[in-house]
Ligand binder design. Structure first.
Ligand code: NAI
Length: 453
């Protein structure tokens, strides 16, 4: 009998397993693919490996303004993909080693929850039955492939790819058509544009980057158009052919020729086929319904990560896994979904936390919203010729608490955790005035902006 069986060894599962085991819970992880989940194998880490190579290449191409000349800079996409493979292998074996070090047992098979018993639950994997007092479901998500005529056939034929297949493609497509201008679409558009593909993004909304602050989304659009990426906004994909994507724009049927199509129009929770119905776990549109303690409707059963469909980000998954373990241990803990930062690793980067200009308006909050140029940072100017980075603050007018921070520019991904702390701890503008920021850093724009608002 285990104290805890975790189904799924991605960021939610492996991190929760470590926390559970170090707290004395006898823990088993059941994972049907590689440890590390989408994040390590076909998501966060592989894409960042590719984007870093593209960034070096971009710097080499545009270095003249900084007094440096590179003759004949080249990028070898196949080599980049090989390196990505090495990085992934190293990190996956690191997770496996962590499981060993923490005494977590790992079974490599597909798990199915069989029944609720008097003392807990029975889970079957690889023909064997395992018992546990508690269950934590961390089965993640997969790319949504909706029933657009021809799309599923195109995926089966290899012409259309999801985030999984595109990361192993060794050829550089001349014409890449991306369906969906969200996070995955934009990061892949950024990479393939940098390495020489002609990229067209078909997005059904009138803006890119989904819920990102409107001003920043517009800046990103402008920057990427300048780099040569074509955006077809308010365009509805009607069908996918053998070498093209057909769409409707301004009431007209049009067609975009492609060598490769990327489908990045959101993800679906992996809740089917794991036996949720055998113990009565409630789902809504495929996602397991959880509270902010990560509990499901069945006592003793928790769900963390993409499978609960809340905020599909690896760092949300880490926190949710920890919250679930704390609650299993009888320590009250909750996820504060308002202060989870998000990053789009385009070049320049986008990073956000908390309320946006649009969300305060929708909620009727009395907030001051102001944008400041990143040129308030000496380091930003030194490192960004002609840069148009911004930091945008959303401040509660009455209490002067920091409700949201949005950044567009270099290092934004590394700076945003500081802003997330300000939002999480409900800090006031005057509280941050007492903090010392290192100089010269780009992070100082937050300090400067808070003095001006
Ligand atoms: P997404 O939800 O970010 O964006 C999907 C986009 O596709 C939306 O803009 C939507 O309007 C559009 N769309 C939907 N149906 C369409 C259609 N038929 N035609 C044209 N456009 C259509 O989804 P995405 O990019 O697939 O990312 C999936 C998940 O992965 C997200 O939850 C994201 O947060 C996560 N992720 C996070 C990353 C990060 O934190 N840097 C990186 C990559 C993924």
């Amino acid at each position: 009998m285990y104290d805890l069986i975790i189904i799924g060894g991605g960021p939610a599962g492996y991190n929760a397993a470590e926390r559970a085991s170090e707290s004395g819970l006898k823990t088993l992880v059941i994972e049907k693919r590689a440890m590390g989940g989408v994040c390590l194998n076909e998501g966060c880490i592989p894409t960042k490996t590719l984007l870093y190579s593209a960034k070096i290449y971009d710097y080499a191409k545009h270095s003249d303004a900084y007094g440096v000349t590179f003759e004949g800079a080249k990028i070898d996409h196949a080599k980049v993909i090989d390196r990505k493979g090495k990085v992934v292998k190293m990190l996956v074996s690191g997770v496996e080693a962590k499981m060993k070090k923490h005494g977590v047992e790992v079974v490599k098979a597909a798990a199915v929850i069989k029944e609720k018993t008097a003392d807990g639950f029975t889970v079957e994997a690889d023909g064997k039955e395992y018992q546990a007092k508690n269950l934590l479901i961390c089965t993640g998500s997969e790319a949504a492939v909706p029933p657009i005529p021809g799309l599923r056939e195109a995926v089966a034929a290899g012409f259309a790819k999801t985030n999984r297949e595109i990361l192993d493609m060794k050829e550089v497509p001349k014409e890449l058509v991306i369906i969906g201008g969200g996070v995955i679409g934009l990061e892949m558009a950024s990479y393939f544009n940098s390495i020489g593909s002609h990229v067209r993004v078909i997005e059904m909304l009138d803006h890119i980057a989904g819920p990102t602050d409107g001003e920043i989304s517009a800046l990103l659009l402008k920057t990427y158009k300048k780099k040569g990426i074509e955006f077809l906004l308010k365009a509805k994909v009607t069908s996918v052919g053998k070498d093209c994507v057909n769409y409707e724009l301004d009431g007209k049927e049009q067609s975009a020729k492609a060598d490769v199509v990327l489908v990045s129009i959101g993800r679906r929770a992996n809740s089917a086929g794991i036996g949720l119905e055998n113990i009565g776990v409630i789902t809504e549109r495929g996602a397991i319904v959880t509270s902010d303690t990560c509990a499901t409707n069945v006592p003793g059963v928790y769900a963390a990560g993409d499978v609960n469909g809340k905020i599909m980000l690896a760092h949300t998954a880490y926190r949710e896994g920890e919250v679930a373990i704390n609650n299993i241990l009888g320590k009250k803990d909750r996820v504060n979904y308002n202060s989870i930062p998000s990053v789009i690793y385009t070049n320049p980067e986008v990073a956000s936390v908390g309320e946006t200009q649009e969300s305060v308006k929708a909620k009727g909050l009395d907030a001051k919203v102001e944008s400041f140029t990143m040129n308030y940072s000496g380091r930003y100017i030194a490192e960004n010729e002609g840069g148009d980075g911004i930091v945008k603050l959303i401040i509660d007018k009455k209490h002067r608490t920091i409700l949201g921070v949005h950044m567009f520019g270099t290092y934004a991904s590394e700076i945003i955790y500081g802003a997330a702390m300000m939002v999480e701890k409900e800090m006031r503008v005057e509280d941050v005035h007492k903090l010392v920021f290192p100089h010269p850093t780009v992070s100082e724009v937050i300090r400067e902006a808070l003095h001006m608002i």
